[in-house]
Design a protein around this ligand. Structure first.
Ligand SMILES: *[C@@H]1O[C@H](CO)[C@@H](O)[C@H](O)[C@H]1NC(C)=O
Ligand SMILES: *[C@@H]1O[C@H](CO)[C@@H](O)[C@H](O)[C@H]1NC(C)=O
Ligand SMILES: *[C@@H]1O[C@H](CO)[C@@H](O)[C@H](O)[C@H]1NC(C)=O
Ligand SMILES: *[C@@H]1O[C@H](CO)[C@@H](O)[C@H](O)[C@H]1NC(C)=O
Ligand SMILES: *[C@@H]1O[C@H](CO)[C@@H](O)[C@H](O)[C@H]1NC(C)=O
Ligand SMILES: *[C@@H]1O[C@H](CO)[C@@H](O)[C@H](O)[C@H]1NC(C)=O
Ligand SMILES: *[C@@H]1O[C@H](CO)[C@@H](O)[C@H](O)[C@H]1NC(C)=O
Ligand SMILES: *[C@@H]1O[C@H](CO)[C@@H](O)[C@H](O)[C@H]1NC(C)=O
Ligand SMILES: *[C@@H]1O[C@H](CO)[C@@H](O)[C@H](O)[C@H]1NC(C)=O
Ligand SMILES: *[C@@H]1O[C@H](CO)[C@@H](O)[C@H](O)[C@H]1NC(C)=O
Length: 402
């Protein structure tokens, strides 16, 4: 691990782990920086350091940046820039209601692509019919995530990750961990999402967030609302697609992958997940529960944008041409509701480019071929045998009749 302290900004290179694991040089050199706030107003926030984490992946010809923050609604901005681009923060304007322009790259023309994902609402609902989904008859209570008290973030330079922790009620926490990658691969923990040199993983964990005092929901479950935005809609609007595969070797029991795409030319960006969450810290198949997704809303008028977020600081309202909002809920019929473990954890990938696809591995092909092949052989040979004997019989019969 190489620490470099320059311009009072501690810069940490996160490539060591990649090097150890992969044994060769990463496609992008990763750095993680907690952008230093240098104005007096910062003292009003926890420890004088608002959460604005900058993960930077420097490649041969361009840089991918992830800005990760809980100033307002928790959000990640993905930007691809030319190599020389510098992130500029006007802290006064950023902390003063996340004014547009307070977060930018200089020079402005260095930005080649940008999009963002925000988490806007936590929805607690009483699943009256115990089917896992939110229905119009279900009582619900919404919490704007921008209104939570967010603790000082923690950076782990070994795996290039940053955790933002929001407090809810007495003991409740929403933890959001963003991990950057400098090279393609697949995580060792479930659901074994794929990552690329252009993507990050976001793990959302909701612990003890049930609010019985206010809601009295005996059948409480949770849902999250997410909003994605992009600059340009010339290549199309935000869309969602479910890809199914016959192969569940990486995520046992889960045969599909959901992709929310923000198309752009030459490449857009995506949010990808598997419809599975985990109700205990140890992620196992037994602790896996379904994640339902709801209708993707793409009509701007129907989407509530948070009052404050780094997205507002980075994009002017008229720049946002692509927009999509989506709810996802956690849990499945007869699982004992959220209260059974008071815990749910879910992972998604956010990346530049096309979402990685699940390929069927050679092993699975062999298994399928053998599995289908033997009965097929029996049918073919058996069938042929039957045909031959029938034919012979026919011949015999026709000979007899002649
Ligand atoms: C901010 O906090 C630091 C350390 O806690 C302190 O030294 C400094 O005087 C404070 N500045 C203001 C403007 O409150
Ligand atoms: C960078 O650009 C050069 C010249 O266009 C190209 O040969 C090379 O493949 C590019 N590198 C990457 C990682 O895309
Ligand atoms: C970016 O910052 C570096 C180091 O502070 C500086 O040398 C460079 O000129 C800056 N580039 C731009 C485009 O402002
Ligand atoms: C929640 O749902 C259960 C089961 O249908 C019902 O008995 C209970 O009254 C509901 N509670 C509220 C607050 O709606
Ligand atoms: C940082 O990440 C590494 C690798 O995942 C892990 O082994 C280590 O315990 C983490 N450190 C902290 C302080 O969480
Ligand atoms: C919060 O946690 C403490 C200690 O674990 C427990 O005694 C208390 O009942 C919890 N409060 C709520 C509202 O769950
Ligand atoms: C919750 O239930 C308790 C006992 O049934 C009742 O006294 C209380 O008023 C209820 N609270 C709300 C917010 O409905
Ligand atoms: C793209 O966005 C503009 C401005 O929001 C809108 O007028 C236009 O209809 C959109 N185009 C498509 C194809 O959705
Ligand atoms: C998410 O669910 C809440 C509560 O049912 C609803 O108010 C909101 O409009 C939904 N968001 C989207 C994008 O459908
Ligand atoms: C990553 O981004 C670069 C552009 O910088 C692109 O050429 C490459 O295909 C992308 N990789 C993946 C896996 O999408």
């Amino acid at each position: 691990m190489a620490f470099r302290v320059g311009m009072d900004v501690p810069i940490v290179f996160c490539t060591i782990l990649t090097l150890l694991v992969k044994g060769f040089v990463a496609d992008r050199e990763l750095e993680i920086i907690n952008k230093k706030c240098d104005i007096p107003k910062c003292n009003q926030t926890h420890d004088g350091q608002p959460n604005l984490v900058h993960i930077k992946g420097t490649g041969e010809n361009d840089t991918i940046h992830y800005l990760w923050s809980s100033i307002g609604a928790p959000a990640v901005i993905l930007a691809r820039t030319t190599l020389g681009a510098n992130l500029t923060v006007n802290w006064k304007d950023l902390l003063d209601g996340t004014k547009t322009g307070s977060l930018s790259f200089q020079p402005p023309e260095s930005v080649l692509y940008s999009s963002a994902l925000m988490f806007t609402k936590l929805i607690e609902y009483n699943d009256t019919s115990d089917d896992g989904t939110i229905q119009s008859k279900d009582a619900r209570m919404m919490t704007e995530l921008e209104s939570l008290t967010w603790q000082k973030g923690t950076i782990n330079s070994t795996d290039c990750s940053a955790v933002l922790l929001g407090k809810l009620g007495d003991n409740g926490t929403i933890s959001m961990k963003l991990t950057g990658f400098g090279k393609g691969g697949r995580l060792t923990t479930l659901p074994h999402l794929q990552y690329t040199e252009n993507s990050t993983q976001l793990d959302v964990t909701m612990q003890n967030v049930m609010n019985m005092i206010y809601t009295n929901y005996t059948n409480a479950r949770f849902a999250l609302e997410m909003v994605v935005v992009g600059r340009d809609n010339k290549s199309g609007t935000v869309n969602i697609k479910e890809d199914t595969s016959i192969d569940d070797q990486y995520t046992p029991g889960t045969f599909s992958t959901l992709n929310v795409r923000l198309p752009d030319s030459p490449l857009g960006s995506y949010v990808q997940w598997k419809p599975v969450s985990y109700v205990k810290k140890g992620r196992t198949m037994e602790n896996a529960r379904h994640v339902y997704e709801y209708k993707l809303e793409t009509t701007r008028e129907n989407i509530d944008m948070p009052q404050t977020s780094i997205v507002r600081a980075f994009f002017s309202p008229k720049e946002i041409e692509q927009i999509g909002a989506l709810n996802v809920s956690f849990g499945i019929t007869k699982d004992g509701f959220y209260k059974k473990t008071n815990y749910v954890s879910w992972s998604i990938a956010i990346g530049y480019g096309d979402p990685p696809e699940e390929y069927i591995s050679l092993t699975v092909y062999i298994v399928i071929s053998v599995g289908l092949g033997i009965p097929l052989l029996i049918v073919v040979f058996g069938g042929t045998g039957v045909c031959i004997s029938k034919h012979k019989e026919k011949k015999r019969k026709s000979l007899q009749s002649n």
